[in-house]
Design a protein around this ligand. Structure first.
Ligand SMILES: *Cc1c(COP(=O)(O)O)cnc(C)c1O
Length: 402
């Protein structure tokens, strides 16, 4: 944070803040100043900071074995994969180090499925405007946002984007080359835009009708964030392939691609790989995260806190109609659509020692750790209220000066 030029490639617009340690829902900067974390490192710190069970699991593994490569069996990985299979639609798991890599595996799995059935020409994947699937060359093409695509050479072929919620455009986009439909059950980066459960059911029916694979990107929505293990469970339909990451590592970098036996058919030995994916450290932490989130009552806690947050946010909107336009989201993945610029809001919140995250469509995301208590939520509400009041004062001053 000094005035000298940073050696970091300047791809991020960073807030003028650095943290030294964390504990639960709190982060502490070098002056000992305490911030309430309603961002969770973009839905990553699902169990908050320094969760004792995660610290114990990582420390124990660090004293045993760090890395062996996928040339050998990794028992902790087999165990984690089995637990994911037992609690989802899936039959197979491939471990990655990030969300984008999980999506890459999902895209390759869908394309290989059709190729292995004698239809290599079926490699097109339908995606939706406002989507975000990562920053690799294929995932920026999948996300379809021009600002992420421009300047990086030819866009990876085979991604057909349709407007969000336009059923006719979707049907028209399906052709003989279509392999799959890829969607986030709730668009995170795109502005906390939920896909209604009946639409997910409609997508499932459409895929079945046309022999397409349904891929869910639950990198942000998964692992309890919406009050269920995965957000698509609210709809009652399951995908064929699913990408997860963020919350599954609780802060340790990891992701996974889950698939049914049928959809994973083309992925034979040698067809895909990763040096680090599923390494013993990540697997130990992933299992520890599941110990907590799959324990009886955990998702009920998230759902209860989510409902409470939604109620308080509705109250906040009534109190500050000039600031907040709309409340969006599910569970502890909430969004405030604003009348003022969302970056003004995150700045004001930060000045009130509350961390929030901007998203597309002029939304601010609230993603507290899933372990948050009622008192900590109330504390967050007080800070949000104060931030809105400050923003109103700024608006008033602007009105007075014109
Ligand atoms: C964050 C995110 C990704 C990309 O994950 P990385 O770990 O940054 O590669 C993909 N999809 C969704 C929905 C995300 O929120």
């Amino acid at each position: 944070m000094s005035a000298t030029v940073s050696p970091m490639l300047p791809t991020f617009a960073r807030a003028p803040l650095a943290f030294e340690r964390g504990e639960g829902v709190w982060l502490f900067d070098s002056d000992g100043e305490r911030y309430l974390d309603f961002g969770s490192g973009v839905a990553v710190n699902s169990l908050g900071h320094l969760h004792p069970h995660l610290v114990a699991a990582l420390s124990a593994q660090a004293h045993k074995l760090w890395h062996t490569s996928n040339l050998y069996h990794i028992p902790e990985g087999e165990r984690l994969a089995q637990r994911l299979v037992d609690s989802t639609f899936a039959d197979y798991v491939f471990f990655t180090n990030s969300g984008a890599e999980a999506l890459e595996c999902a895209i390759k799995t869908a394309r290989k499925f059709h190729a292995s059935h004698g239809h290599p020409e079926r490699f097109h994947i339908i995606t939706f405007e406002g989507a975000f699937h990562g920053r690799t060359l294929a995932t920026i093409a999948a996300g379809g946002q021009q600002k992420y695509i421009d300047g990086f050479g030819p866009k990876v072929a085979g991604f057909d984007q349709v407007p969000f919620g336009d059923h006719e455009a979707l049907k028209a986009a399906i052709g003989p080359q279509t392999a799959a439909i890829l969607i986030e059950p709730i668009q995170g980066e795109g502005g906390v835009r939920s896909v209604p459960p009946y639409c997910l059911r409609g997508l499932r029916a459409l895929c079945d009708e046309h022999g397409l694979l349904l891929i869910f990107d639950e990198v942000q929505t998964g692992v309890g964030r919406t009050g269920k293990f995965f957000a698509h469970e609210h709809s009652g339909v399951a995908p064929d392939i699913m990408a997860i990451a963020k919350g599954i590592g609780g802060g340790f970098p990891m992701g996974a691609c889950l698939t049914t036996h049928a959809a994973g058919e083309g992925m034979t030995p040698g067809s895909h790989g990763s040096t680090f994916g599923g390494n013993p450290l990540a697997m130990a932490v992933g299992n520890a995260v599941l110990d907590i989130v799959l324990a009886p009552g955990f998702f009920d806690h998230v759902a209860k806190m989510g409902l409470l947050l939604k109620q308080r946010l509705a109250e906040l909107k009534d109190l500050h109609p000039k600031i907040i336009a709309e409340i969006r989201g599910e569970g502890l993945l909430m969004g405030l659509k604003l009348h003022v610029p969302n970056t003004d809001f995150t700045t004001q919140a930060r000045l009130h020692k509350l961390l929030t995250i901007p998203a597309g469509d002029n939304v601010v995301r609230l993603l507290p750790p899933l372990i948050i208590s009622e008192d900590e939520l109330a504390d967050g509400f007080t800070r949000l209220d104060a931030a809105c009041t400050s923003l109103e004062q700024t608006l008033l001053q602007k009105e007075l000066t014109v």
